[in-house]
Design a protein around this ligand. Structure first.
Ligand SMILES: [Fe+2]
Ligand SMILES: [Fe+2]
Length: 168
């Protein structure tokens, strides 16, 4: 069990980002969250390192969906969400470090999308930590939609720049 580790991470993230969850507009979704995301070649950005990270990101979101649907143990859902945000932060760092290295012109707006995702996700997870189970459904739908949209939209914009600079 890594609960205390996970909670420490969240305290740390909250401290650094200074998040007030009441100020964050959390999207609401009414549909269910039973459907997992399936990797599809159309999600590929053609850079294996990034594709592998996106696959792992999808795996963790699917793990959260399965946990919610088949177990619904808030403690376990929190654990998976901690794992997800930790992974998200590492993945965003991979992309942003390369954007800086290659002088990618849209670095700032891309980073802002990552920050917005992190802010919203941490705010929602904090509500789950406080025992709001309905929010657990919202976060899963939000994660799915955000990730698929981001991979297929914003992440595609750096493909030419990254490949031109030797990533494959
Ligand atoms: Fe990204
Ligand atoms: Fe990405």
């Amino acid at each position: 069990m890594h609960t205390s580790l996970g909670l420490n991470l969240f305290v740390e993230i909250n401290f650094h980002l200074n998040i007030d969850s009441n100020l964050i507009n959390i999207p609401t979704y009414t549909q269910g969250v039973r459907e997992m995301i399936e990797w599809n070649e159309k999600y590929s950005v053609g850079i294996s390192m990034i594709d592998e990270e996106h696959k792992k990101f999808i795996d963790i979101i699917n793990k959260a969906i399965v946990t919610k649907e088949h177990n619904d143990n808030p403690e376990e859902i929190r654990e998976v969400l901690h794992e997800m945000i930790k992974y998200a932060l590492n993945h965003f760092a991979t992309e942003e470090i390369n954007m800086i290295k290659f002088n990618f012109p849209e670095y700032q707006s891309h980073r802002n999308e990552h920050l917005d995702f992190t802010d919203k996700t941490v705010a929602i997870i904090n509500k789950v930590i406080k025992g709001d189970n309905i929010v657990a459904n919202q976060i899963l739908e939000y994660l799915k939609q955000w990730l698929v949209n981001h991979i297929q939209g914003t992440d595609r914009k750096y493909i030419d720049c990254f490949i031109k600079n030797g990533l494959k």
